[in-house]
Design a protein around this ligand. Sequence first.
Ligand code: AMP
Ligand code: GLY
Length: 427
Amino acid sequence: MTSTKRILIVGSGGREHALCWKLAHDSSRPELFIAPGNAGTAQLGMNLAIGAEDLDALEAWAVEHRPELTVIGPEAPLCGGLADRLQAHGLLVFGPGQAAARLEGSKHFAKEVMIAAGVPTAASATFSALEPALTYVRSQPPPLVVKADGLAAGKGVVICQSTPEAEAAVFDMLDQGTFGEAGRQVVIEEFLVGEEASILALVDGSRSVLLDSSQDHKRVGEGDTGLNTGGMGAYSPAPVVTADLWPIIQKDIIDATVSELRRRGIDFRGVLYAGLMIHDGKPKVLEFNCRFGDPECQAILIRWEGDLLPALEACAQGDLRPDLVRWKPQPSVCVVMTAPGYPGEYPKGAVIRGLEEAGQLPDTEVFHAGTGYDGDDIVTSGGRVLGITARGETLKQALTTAYTAVDLVQFDGAYVRRDIGWRAIGT
Ligand code: AMP
Ligand code: GLY
């Protein structure tokens, strides 16, 4: 008889609820512990009162309870070195160590690795002093993209249409310290045109298996307008990633990056996420993340065929095989419902109704993000509240189901974009 495996999942968003949902349905029926989780994960396992960035408390819990696997969702604990800490106690971890997580934690480091590996990316230069940065900005034709080097919760990228705008962005970051430590160094990049897509790869230190493609919608407004957010929706697959692109992405982007890391003695085990700009049939890397994307993860996992745990364990153990990753052919979509005002100030504590009815629609999962309990009520507790995720025979059908589910859920001031997937369905 084999004993039930215990898995620690770190994080509290829609990505983590989707991971819990998928793992909870695995044939081995593992026992799940989530730090800190949300009202959705509480229905699938035990939420722990430990924040995702409280590395000391996470380490102490893991050392005491020795989970068979820890899955780290967000970038902050990855960049903070949680994986290294747990591995030092002989624990198995899905998620890269601090050195590998720098691919997301430092845009300059990511550029340096890409250049050394010959990975296609936008031309750029890095500065930590104001005057040379301004001189560079004045020497380059706009538009330009000014990026804070470090983690800035998705806000550290400024697209500048004119030279004065780029000068102001550089001044804000290097002189005014707008992004604190994260903006003490800036990467100034050429503006790329094209269509974006997300490619996530499972990596076991040396081998990689690409997951199916997806596209997210970062802007708050319909038609991709307005402020940047953590993600208003995603769909999978993304037709912009045509068949001929896969071998290029595998060899010239993912494998080239993993090899360059290995050459530097850095072992990447987890998800390597390449944010791509595709133009004239050629992909260039806009950014690397060291984790599952959110909400891409929700759209991808609802299409995952069979068990997830063996693939995550194989990555962590260094014996990943392509046959561990299989897909349902039906496309999927995740529509994010947010609190009013997001990504600015927003209220919390609104009661959410209709969750059960929405979840009963066929091929539909209601993934929680910013939710919690107030007595028996499920209430909003964050900006991105829910990720309503559905599969369909076509993307259009998946969208119809997802928006039917959205309309069954109510909370005060709920906001959704009604045009998720628009590039793929040609509206
Ligand atoms: P990042 O966090 O680096 O992915 O940047 C956030 C968003 O800014 C991306 O999803 C793109 O929409 C946009 N972006 C970043 N870099 C560039 C670039 N070089 N050219 C055009 N758009 C960019
Ligand atoms: N959806 C973009 C991200 O997770 O960074």
